[in-house]
Design a protein around this ligand. Structure first.
Ligand SMILES: *Cc1c(COP(=O)(O)O)cnc(C)c1O
Length: 405
């Protein structure tokens, strides 16, 4: 019997050696006696016991089983097992959002007096969580450039317990050397935590390169259709256990309905990530040929500084790219306003293509100096390429380009 199995009353299938696509469809499913083919949604807050003695045994932990859905829920557990299988991790803790995943990891693994070294270009709310709240508990937060290995090494001291990054980065598609950073972290007894939201396990499995914990905003590509908020943490049983402790006591757990939506998302994840990546690759090359565009940032392009590393760490380059238009913010806004189909929203990981102006939205909290340092100019436009036909996406951006005065 494999660890990740598709079981019912009729047969037991061993998925131990199953491929990614198979695990994505079947791992973690435990059928009820009703024989449902699709995973059931267990919408229940609590569970009943056959006797007072059984209740006592469940509460004491002598007997395994559900007690309360803040602790365990069968639908949520199926999602956790499936995502753990896809990342190649031992265990997974699902959370109410991507931010709840980051919060739980930090609270579970850091204490007052510790320090964390963070890539400067992390997601905006991650930055706010660290600056406004984590710091309050006397945990020092140090920022470094994602690609500057020397800076990472110099920022670490005896108090450092965690390195935190995203790769590829948003919106410049910079690629971190995961193995080098994992080695550096381990040399100092620290954990490497990777937010794998942009790639998902379909394109990149950071545990294979030595990362210790994986963060997901399931809200993005795992759902893939812009419906539900959720998140997850994946890693060894030993590192996930304290995260589960935080979730049970603090409460930012995933709802069973959202877990079910994400299960359906995982089933098509591999196909979707390939299609997002293919569309993005074609669009990146097309954008390079447009006279009003001076630079395209996409690690799939041969001249991108992270291209070779991306090829080593990822099976494709993902759906997010950015480009710089001549004429600064005015031209960027005219382009965005000139499109007719593409959604103007900072969200990503959706079947629908989205466009945003990082300098005035997602990265507006950074100082102009920090933005310049990160390469985020006023003329920069980010596209999260969806699953519409690439011809229609190009046509829409061409409308935007034509609208630049
Ligand atoms: C969206 C996002 C998050 C936060 O996820 P939520 O589900 O919105 O809480 C964290 N990291 C990255 C890279 C994201 O894009």
């Amino acid at each position: 019997m494999g660890k990740f199995s598709d079981r019912d009353f009729r047969y037991q299938s061993d998925l131990t050696d199953a491929d990614f696509e198979t695990l994505a469809v079947r791992a973690g499913h435990v059928r009820s006696a009703n024989g449902e083919h699709s995973e059931a949604i267990y919408l229940t807050s609590s569970y009943v016991f056959n006797s007072a003695a059984e209740a006592a045994a469940r509460f004491s932990g002598d007997e395994e089983g559900n007690v309360y859905s803040r602790y365990t829920n069968p639908t949520v557990r199926t999602f956790e097992e499936r995502l753990a299988a896809l990342e190649g991790g031992e265990d997974c803790a699902a959370t109410a959002s991507g931010m709840a995943a980051i919060y739980s990891v930090v609270i579970a693994h850091l204490k007052a007096g510790d320090s964390i070294v963070v890539s400067r270009n992390v997601f905006g709310s991650t930055n706010v969580l660290f600056e406004k709240f984590v710091r309050k508990f006397n945990i020092d937060v140090r920022y470094v450039d994602l690609l500057d290995l020397k800076a990472w090494a110099e920022a670490i001291d005896s108090t450092t317990r965690m390195l935190f990054l995203e790769s590829p980065s948003n919106p410049m598609s910079e690629i971190a050397d995961l193995q080098a950073l994992a080695d550096l972290a381990h040399k100092h007894d620290a954990l490497l935590v990777v937010d794998n939201c942009f790639c998902t396990p379909a394109l990149q499995q950071p545990l294979k390169f030595g990362a210790d914990l994986i963060i997901h905003s399931a809200t993005k590509y795992i759902d893939g259709q812009g419906r539900c908020l959720g998140g997850a943490v994946v890693g060894s049983k030993q590192l996930i256990e304290p995260v589960i402790g935080v979730l049970r006591s603090a409460g930012p757990t995933l709802s069973p309905f959202n877990a079910w939506v994400f299960l359906k998302g995982l089933e098509t994840l591999s196909l979707r990530m390939k299609a997002h990546s293919e569309n993005a690759m074609v669009l990146a090359r097309w954008l390079q040929q447009q006279s009003q565009i001076t630079k395209v940032n996409y690690s799939g392009l041969e001249d991108h500084p992270g291209h070779e590393l991306a090829k080593k760490q990822q099976s494709a380059f993902g759906g997010v790219l950015s480009f710089e238009v001549k004429g600064g913010q005015q031209a960027a806004w005219q382009l965005i306003d000139g499109t007719r189909m593409i959604s103007i929203t900072a969200n990503l990981g959706d079947t629908k293509t989205t466009v945003t102006h990082p300098a005035s939205t997602t990265h507006s909290r950074l100082s102009p100096e920090d933005r310049a340092r990160a390469g985020i100019g006023d003329g920069l436009v980010r596209i999260a390429v969806g699953l519409e036909s690439i011809e229609d996406i190009q046509k829409d951006i061409a409308l935007g380009l034509a609208a630049i005065g």
